[in-house]
Design a protein around this ligand. Structure first.
Ligand SMILES: Cc1ncc(COP(=O)(O)O)c(C=O)c1O
Length: 626
């Protein structure tokens, strides 16, 4: 290799980030500059990290298992120790690079730079995309970094290895965690001024979004620890003490701004106040305080309607996350109607909790609530998009201290008689969106209470879906609906017949194992979120209501009983549920075939309920409008 093609060692520390890690390594493999080695420093992840890495059949990629005790600096230093390249690039496992990144940076390194940094695109689910340019060079001096803060980003930086070795790499003090890079950049700028900034976006820094208030405070504490450490090595002049106070005030100010953007405004105000008390000479402080106070007042006024949403691949994950945020643990009980799909039990068992059942009548209203004392959450089901009356549940919660979760089975876009969207009427709302519109996956968790908003995890980054099946099915079903053609239906019938030959049943039947199936919380597909964002909701709402009325008329002469006697305003039905025997359901199927719908039996009852279930649990059929 000649001097202008130096070997770059890429250090990628990772922990339980298999999904993200794959994208990060993909972005390394896609580099147009090919003289690199990638060292993945795996902190003994218990997901499929090792498999993901070994699937890359590329000898430039190696994996080290290394326990870092929560100190990422230790992993990076282990990577540096194993590096052979003249330069070391850092890439966090949840970030990615543009293909030309190394090629562009090598130009600056070949011209003599000891350290090079480029611009990044900050992406994330909960916040708008933002281009961030680091530097400029005049800002990257020791004094400016210390007095004004960091202006260099780890995943965007390449450093000469000899420099890193001379400086003993990152400082591994636990109190520096998350600001260890800031400390290193300062130590580097004391050694060299050969820094260049490439004014181009060559990487993506992925923000995980959601409520990150803990992370902000942790980061601020680490920043303060670094600052104090550096100031402590300087003389104790009056000017130095003033600068130190001012710098602390800036750190508080930065944290207050970050907290403000995560929606934690009360805590944000606290840090604005600390910033002011430490040094009132931070000019940006004043407009920021005014804005935050205004937000706080506005939010207090609309506190009851605060809602945040997280998306998952399936509703069981949404449910598990809600139960986790409530604090359900092993041995607790979660109350559930007896008339429920057995799959949902997996969310409860996932946390080691137990189920307390309550029965429902033929209108699917509870007839009594559980009497056990350790029920910590109760699930109210809005069956088929029809609003469940929540008052009795609220009363039960008042007495028992249980937390109410609304499960929309599957009332996507449906509202109650007051116009309140189903899923927003209790602290938590869960919807399996994939069951109501034709998308590959997708479910949502609405969190409608500030206490819990602060407790749920940030939005998982969406993943990509490699299978073409869902999008083909979607296209065909759209064409069928538009032109009244039976293509999709015929394909579906064929698939069902094949399944019948193989398994003896036309529809997949879940077995008792689905009640205890392990849940690996998974993000939704990007394509599902895109389809959802583009959905014409009014059209979809109108289609469902129209179908309901058409089916109601078409089945009027059959000896069956609709579960609901009317279609209240705002109700967006999942389908048309009715009580009947199997023979009548077959006739109903024939009659409704022309609407492009199918009839299914709902639900697959939990095994504990199946035996001895009252007839109405076993005889509910559904004309499915999917
Ligand atoms: C009432 C109810 N909630 C939640 C779920 C789980 O949905 P998902 O299959 O998306 O996990 C089901 C399953 O059908 C259900 O019936």
């Amino acid at each position: 290799m000649n001097a202008s093609m130096p070997l770059i060692s890429i250090v990628i520390p990772t922990y339980n980030h298999a999904n993200f890690l794959k994208a990060a390594i993909d972005s390394v493999v896609a580099q147009t500059y090919r003289n690199w080695q990638a060292i993945i420093v795996n902190n003994f992840s218990d997901d499929n990290t090792i498999q993901i890495v070994s699937d890359f059949k590329d000898e430039r990629i190696s994996l080290i298992n290394f326990s870092n005790d929560g100190v990422i600096a230790a992993s990076r230093n282990e990577g540096i120790r194993n590096a052979r390249g003249e330069f070391v690039a850092f890439l966090d496992s949840d970030d990615i690079w543009r293909p030309e990144k190394l090629a562009r940076c090598v130009v600056a390194l070949a011209a003599g730079s000891d350290i090079v940094c480029h611009g990044e695109l900050w992406t994330g689910v909960d916040a708008p995309e933002r281009v961030v340019m680091y530097g400029p060079r005049s800002r990257a001096t020791y004094a400016k970094l210390l007095y004004r803060g960091n202006c260099i980003s780890t995943s965007a930086t390449i450093v000469r290895r000899s420099l890193l070795t001379r400086l003993n790499g990152f400082d591994e003090r636990p109190e520096f965690v998350t600001a260890e890079d800031y400390d290193l950049w300062m130590r580097i700028t004391r050694e060299t001024t050969n820094i260049s900034f490439v004014p181009e976006v060559l990487g993506e820094y992925r923000r995980h979004g959601g409520n990150a208030s803990n992370a902000v405070i942790k980061n601020m504490s680490a920043e303060l620890a670094v600052i104090e450490d550096h100031f402590s090595r300087q003389d104790r002049s009056f000017v130095r003490l003033c600068r130190q106070r001012h710098r602390r005030a800036r750190a508080f100010y930065g944290a207050a701004r970050a907290l403000d953007s995560t929606g934690t405004r009360a805590t944000s105000l606290k840090y604005f106040a600390r910033s002011f008390a430490t040094s009132p000479f931070v000019p940006r402080l004043y407009p920021a305080i005014a804005l935050t106070v205004a937000h706080c007042v506005a939010r207090r006024a609309s506190r009851r309607t605060m809602t945040e949403t997280r998306y998952f691949s399936i509703a069981r994950h949404a449910m598990a996350e809600a139960l986790r945020a409530i604090g359900i643990k092993s041995g607790d009980r979660v109350a559930l109607p007896e008339f429920i799909c057995r799959d949902l039990l997996a969310s409860i068992h996932h946390l080691g909790a137990q189920v307390a059942y309550y029965p429902v009548d033929e209108s699917l209203r509870p007839t009594r609530f559980p009497t056990e004392s350790d029920v910590r959450a109760i699930i109210a089901v809005n069956y088929f998009g029809f609003a469940q009356q929540l008052e009795p549940f609220r009363e039960y919660c008042r007495i028992s201290n249980a937390v109410l979760i609304e499960d929309n089975a599957h009332g996507f876009l449906s509202a109650d008689e007051n116009g309140a969207l189903l899923g927003t009427r209790a602290p938590f709302g869960i919807t399996s969106i994939r069951k109501t519109i034709r998308i590959a996956d997708g479910a949502s968790l609405s969190i409608n209470d500030q206490t819990y908003i602060d407790r749920v995890s940030p939005q998982l980054l969406p993943t990509s879906n490699k299978s073409l099946r869902p999008s083909i099915a979607r296209k065909f079903s759209t064409v069928d609906r538009k032109f009244h053609l039976p293509i999709f239906r015929t394909m579906r019938t064929l698939a069902r017949q094949m399944r019948k030959i193989k398994t003896g049943a036309t529809l997949p039947i879940s077995d008792p194992s689905s009640e205890t199936e392990p849940l690996m919380i998974a993000a939704p597909y990007r394509s599902s979120l895109r389809i959802l964002a583009q959905l014409n909701t009014e059209k979809e709402q109108a289609r469902r209501r129209r179908l309901y009325k058409q089916v109601d008329i078409a089945l009027a002469d059959l000896p069956l009983r609709p579960v609901y006697t009317s279609l209240p305003t705002g109700t967006i039905p999942y389908g048309y549920p009715f009580l009947s025997d199997d023979r009548t359901a077959k006739l109903a199927e024939k009659i409704t075939r022309g609407f492009g719908v199918e009839i299914i039996k709902w639900p697959d009852l939990p095994s504990a309920i199946e035996q001895g279930a009252p007839p109405h649990y076993k005889n509910i059929w559904l004309v499915n409008f999917l």
